[in-house]
Design a protein around this ligand. Sequence first.
Ligand SMILES: C[S@@+](CC[C@H](N)C(=O)[O-])C[C@H]1O[C@@H](n2cnc3c(N)ncnc32)[C@H](O)[C@@H]1O
Length: 216
Amino acid sequence: MNKKLGKDMDEKLIINARRPEGELGSQMIEIMNESHVKLSSWCINHLNINDNDITLDIGCGGGVNVKKFSEMTPNGKVYGLDYSKLCTEKSSQLNELAINNGKVEIIHASVSQLPFKDETFDIVTAFQSTYFWSNFNEDLKEVNRVLKPNGLIFICNGDIKKDQWGENAEKLVELLDRKMYSKEEFNSSLSEVGFSNISIFNKEGTNCTCVIASKI
Ligand SMILES: C[S@@+](CC[C@H](N)C(=O)[O-])C[C@H]1O[C@@H](n2cnc3c(N)ncnc32)[C@H](O)[C@@H]1O
């Protein structure tokens, strides 16, 4: 991943994708900010966004997608949330102007206990974050709770569980203890929790996956 670092350092760096901390966490945030742009742009193209939508980005990392959504929703508001303190600091730096204008808020919390009232958001996004949620169905219930009726959950992942993965995907699953879901698992978890109109898109020739569903 980083040619200047040895294998051991590489692994220490990669582990920081799970919950960035310290110097290696800062490096990982910079890497993610740059390397996730293509995937998130492809995913966002599948979403109809209104300029007054209220959005929550769970696992906001370095805050790039918070910034993107705040530019796309000038009459709305974006909340970025992450359980890494470092991520909330970096996201706050990147979105300083919008925060000062009351258009963005960055919050230190976990998806498992969202500090918001029921039916607050039009859209809840998770870019490459569901791999690390501790209890997918329970955490989806939290997302469902804070969404308005007909609100959308939007999951964007660079990998999906398949019968056969590439060697790299398997290594990452092991190293990061990533939880992966197949199309069928996404469908059944989302339906169980009370989502409908479930659409799952795959970028041809890749594992890039975009999942969109609406709260009933
Ligand atoms: C691979 S990074 C992706 C960051 C960013 N969304 C992006 O696409 O660049 C995963 C992020 O999710 C956050 N995260 C993981 N589990 C979480 C949880 N249970 N609650 C809140 N944030 C979480 C991590 O701290 C990390 O910032």
